[in-house]
Design a protein around this ligand. Structure first.
Ligand code: NAD
Length: 475
């Protein structure tokens, strides 16, 4: 059995008390790795290592070009180890191997390169004042960053946090999700190989409550907490951080609305809407799980969409060609199953899907669900979409905004004015028009309401991972 250690101060270590937990491959439903289970004492040790590397080590004191060169070397190594990293995420959580290989790992390398370059090329303010003084801004690193990640895009979302943190000169303790520990340890090994000094990137494994995660969020020697995960976990982490007055960035759940207007280019709308809900078996915070279709194209859209859902290849995630693998864990499979069990009882009708073998759920299309049904309101985080007709643009915007979440929305229309109008009226951190999941890493990313607090990406990440400072000089 493979053993996945913590990585602290450049060393691969077991937990101080020797505790471990299993990592289960959801495709075989068997343990495929044994993982070090971190306690509060292990969290302390990891934070102490990051603290030392920040207070005394070379990393925060290097120039941007020197740090950037190490980060670019890390990105090169990620690309060289594409097969190993892709297989680690697929085995840990059942993501189709084609996605791991063509999306998650390349995007990880891209995130690392982007933030290395962004930090090196960033501008500050230079403000000649009327008084004759001269003010300028500096962006020194914040210190020790605790990065707590979810399991749905393990490596990719970890890189979205650690790349800007490292590029700006912070040191990091990364806690991957307990369901997906493997790729983080590989990444930290590669960081050492790339020349990153020991203690700069530490990896601590374990659970959340009463375990490694909670211990990190209450540690007074942590300067920033960046968290991606469920909205309720975000609330708990916010409370913990408030006690130490530590800034938190929260990227939380979603219930993305997808509006298809009569004038949409229907082939594109069907194709993107399928991707929006069934990518990663719907285990995507940005999933377009509420699909609203204008009455004039409703019947045709639903027929084509259901046919496309049925055509998706469900199977072994390690097999190239598979588009839908199992859900990430038994707990998650049971959660999604409980939503499916309640659909008809709440007035919805399952048009296709609903079944599946093992922990797999077939692409599931639901119609006729009333607006207050759980399938319309709650984040299911599985391959389940609810389709509802609408008549007017105002009604579509109202339905889309009738949610406690506000992460993202999609609009499909060929009417330019409507695209801008509806986009501006939607209460969502990201609005995609005639596309989905396309990202510019300079753009703000984050959510409103239960979808999060703060924004990351480009300058927004700089704001969070540094302590912006003004210097005012009398000339
Ligand atoms: P989760 O909240 O259960 O766990 C996320 C991480 O937090 C894990 O590492 C876990 O161990 C840790 N954790 C749990 N409780 C903790 C506590 N009390 N203190 C400290 N750490 C704790 O979420 P999940 O099930 O892993 O991920 C799925 C959720 O993440 C979904 O709601 C999804 O929408 C959301 N998500 C959001 C984004 C985004 O960018 N907004 C991206 C991906 C996933």
């Amino acid at each position: 059995m493979v053993f996945i250690p913590h990585l602290v101060d450049g060393e691969e270590v077991s937990s101080l008390d020797g505790a471990t937990f299993p990592s289960i491959d959801p495709a075989t439903r068997e343990e495929h790795a044994t993982v070090a289970l971190g306690s509060a004492a292990d969290a302390d040790r990891a934070v102490a290592s990051a603290r030392r590397a920040f207070d005394e080590g070379p990393w925060p004191r290097m120039g941007f070009a020197e740090r950037g060169a190490i980060l670019h070397r890390l990105a090169d190594l990620v690309t060289e180890h594409l097969d190993e990293l892709a297989l680690a995420d697929t085995t840990d959580m059942g993501k189709p191997i084609d996605d791991s290989r063509s999306k998650d790992v390349p995007r990880t390398a891209q995130n690392i390169r982007f933030f290395a370059d962004h930090a090196r090329l960033a501008h500050g303010d230079a403000l000649p004042m009327d008084t004759g003084h001269h003010a300028y801004s500096r962006f020194p690193p914040a210190g020790v960053v605790a990065a707590i990640a979810p399991w749905n895009f393990p490596l990719m979302l970890e890189s979205w946090k650690i790349a800007p943190a490292l590029a700006w000169g912070n040191t990091v303790v990364l806690k991957p999700a307990e369901d997906t520990p493997c790729s983080a340890t590989i990444l930290a090994r590669l960081a050492l190989e790339a020349g990153m000094p020991p203690g700069v990137l530490n990896v601590l494994h374990g659970y959340g409550p009463d375990s490694a995660g909670a211990a990190l969020t209450t540690n007074p020697r942590v300067d920033r907490i960046t968290f991606t995960g469920e909205s309720n976990t975000g609330r708990v982490i916010s409370e913990a951080a408030a006690r130490n007055l530590v800034p938190v960035s929260l990227e939380l759940g979603g219930k993305g609305a997808n509006l298809v207007f009569d004038d949409a280019e229907l082939n594109g709308a069907v194709d993107w809407s399928i991707k929006a809900i069934f990518t990663n078996a719907g285990q995507v915070c940005l999933a377009g799980s509420r699909l609203y279709v204008q009455r004039g194209v409703y019947d045709e859209f639903v027929e084509r969409f259901a046919a496309a859902a049925q055509a998706l290849v469900v199977g072994d995630p390690k097999q190239s060609g598979t588009q839908i693998g199992p859900l990430a864990s038994e707990t998650h499979f049971r959660k999604v199953g409980s939503f499916l069990d309640g659909i008809e009882q709440h007035g919805g009708k399952i048009l296709t899907g609903g079944g599946g073998e093992g922990w797999t759920v077939e692409p599931t299309v639901v119609v006729d669900a009333p607006p207050d049904a759980p399938v319309q309101r709650d984040e299911i985080f599985g391959p389940v979409v609810s389709i509802t007709p609408f008549d007017t643009e105002a009604e579509a915007v109202h339905l889309a905004n009738d949610t406690r979440y506000g992460l993202n929305a999609m609009v499909f229309t060929e009417n330019l004015s409507r695209a801008h109008r509806a986009g501006a009226a939607l209460r969502a951190g990201t609005v995609w028009v005639n596309c989905f999941f396309v990202r510019d890493l300079r753009a703000p990313f984050g959510g409103m309401g239960d979808s999060g607090v703060g924004r990351e990406g480009g300058d927004y990440s700089r704001e969070f991972f540094t302590e912006p400072q003004a210097v005012v000089m009398a000339i």
